[in-house]
Design a protein around this ligand. Structure first.
Ligand code: NDP
Length: 490
């Protein structure tokens, strides 16, 4: 008989952190039913009521920061300090979403244009209803909350399916929400394996799915959603590039590069995976990188690989990279499960798996380029397009490179800094997915635009939308439009 529960394990020790129910399609259906009712109540509360409760939830999370960080540490293996940082970022986003939802989404008048001169036109963003959030394990608070906080602030109820590796964190986030909003189950967690997520995606009462995970699973989720025409926002990871231009501060670049690549054991969707260094600074950058990496230790500065299966992918990429390139730091022996020591390999061919596929480990490939233009071309030659980094002292040039980088976000002279700015939207292009969380775009992602045009007075002699319209009325309109729009400007 199939087991009805599953354990979440500490990936560093193998100890059982918690046992959770495998919620089946019936349980998911029931949760969505409760959420539908809660969504109506939450929407009716209005922006001020939601704001007050979400700011209270923020205070609850801040009050439990240490306890939550400890739980994140236990389920993912990451250092408690990194888990705390994740919570700090989450709280900042929740605060922004709560405070800005009304301003971004509330009804506003828009210009009507010439033909609508007798109209009043308004636009507002209404809640969708129930949003399903399917979350990952690498940042089990920050990543799903990037959808949850914005969906709640936009007036929706949420059913959240945390990763099977971090169910305890998901359940706790929902429990703590109920302290601020005890009246209705506006945020629920459903636990289980892939099937639980599949049941959520297949429920026709879900009005949007926010998915974070692999590109392959995103496609499966999208196929399930297609059945009901349920829209999705998909955040599917990346193969982010780090460009070091000729005038970069090489010490700062090496420092940032290492943190971007190795923190969280490289299990970061916007982590650094490919490094392109302009010839003029290649030697000093590599010297700096090699010196600094010597003092970074797996198990002390960053945790284990959270998902055991990922070790095979990391091992395959390292084996392949050292065969075709030159190991600067580490190599195949760096994989000592569940930890992986830092690996840096130079001159790995651009068509190899280590350069093309998401590794999700503490490894980087480094390539020397003629100039920043070549670095950008190589950076952009990826199926993924989530984020990236540019190091340059020339602000104009750095901005231009950032703009031309085929990615949703780019950090200049820092890594991942965009994630800490709640007003900035977060999401990718290509195999990295589509749609946006965070910022005003993230709020609108979980709302539907509602457009209303109200006639204030009839236009004399211009009754255009009537069978009683006379030819001279149309003639007058054509003359006006020709006068206003008919002149070509060269
Ligand atoms: P998946 O894409 O398989 O899982 C992501 C989420 O989707 C989990 O909650 C998972 O549940 C759920 N899920 C799995 N199958 C289905 C389904 N058929 N329908 C609905 N939901 C489903 O990622 P993994 O955790 O297996 O990691 C695989 C790779 O994904 C990593 O190696 C990494 O490259 C990438 N990844 C990217 C992340 C990012 O931030 N963009 C985050 C995590 C991983 P369950 O955990 O129970 O299987």
């Amino acid at each position: 008989m199939a087991t009805l529960t599953f354990d979440s394990l500490n990936p560093a020790t193998g100890a059982v952190v918690g046992t959770h129910p495998k919620q089946d399609a019936t349980a998911v259906r029931e949760a969505v039913g409760r959420a539908e009712e809660a969504a109506a109540w939450w929407a009716a509360l209005g922006p001020a009521g939601r704001r007050r409760r979400l700011l209270d939830y923020k205070a609850v999370l801040a009050g439990r920061l240490r306890e939550l960080a400890e739980l994140v540490h236990e389920e993912t293996g990451k250092p408690v300090g990194d888990a705390a940082l994740e919570l700090v970022l989450t709280i900042t986003h929740l605060d922004w979403a709560a405070r800005n939802a009304d301003k971004v989404l509330r009804r506003r008048r828009v210009r009507t244009g010439m033909i609508g001169v007798n109209l009043e036109a308004t636009l507002e963003y209404l809640p969708l209803g129930v949003v399903g959030v399917i979350g990952p394990w690498n940042y089990p608070v920050f990543t799903p909350m990037g959808s949850i906080a914005y969906a709640l602030a936009a007036g929706n109820a949420v059913v959240f399916k945390p990763s099977e590796l971090t169910p305890g964190v998901g359940v706790r986030l929902a429990e703590l929400f109920a302290e601020s909003v005890p009246e209705r189950p506006v945020l629920q967690a459903v636990t289980g394996l892939g099937e639980t997520g599949a049941a959520l995606a297949a429920d026709p009462r879900i009005k949007k799915i926010a998915f974070t995970g692999s590109t392959a699973t995103a496609k499966r989720v999208m196929a399930a959603c297609a059945e009901n025409l349920t829209p999705i926002v998909a955040e599917c990871g990346g193969k982010d590039a780090f460009i070091v231009d000729a005038d970069a501060d090489v010490r700062a670049a090496a420092d940032a590069c290492l943190w971007g690549a190795l923190s969280n054991a490289g299990q970061t969707c916007v982590g650094v995976e490919r490094v392109y260094v302009v010839d003029a600074v290649y030697e000093p950058f590599m010297r700096e990188l090699s010196e600094r990496v010597a003092s970074v230790k797996a198990g002390r500065d960053y945790g284990p690989i959270t998902m055991p299966g990922q070790l095979d992918i990391i091992r395959r990429h390292i084996d392949d990279a050292v065969k075709s390139g030159r190991a600067v730091t580490g190599g195949p022996s760096s994989v000592r499960a569940p930890y992986v020591d830092p690996v840096i390999v130079e001159d790995v061919p651009e068509d190899s798996p280590a350069v093309r596929e998401e590794t999700f480990g503490p490894t980087i490939t480094v390539r020397r380029t003629r100039d920043a233009r070549e670095a950008l071309e190589l950076a952009n030659a990826s199926a993924y397009g989530l984020a990236g980094t540019v190091f340059s002292r020339n602000t104009r040039r750095a901005r231009e490179l950032a703009r031309l980088m085929r990615s949703g976000m780019t950090a200049i002279n820092s890594v991942i800094s965009f994630a800490g700015v709640p007003a900035l939207p977060f999401g990718g292009v290509g195999d990295s997915g589509f749609g946006r969380i965070h910022g005003a775009d993230g709020l609108r992602e979980f709302a539907r635009p509602k457009a209303v045009a109200r006639q204030r007075f009839p236009l004399p002699g211009m009754n255009l939308t009537s069978f009683t319209r006379r030819p001279d009325e149309l003639e007058r309109l054509i003359r006006i439009v020709t006068f206003l729009h008919g002149r070509r400007k060269r």
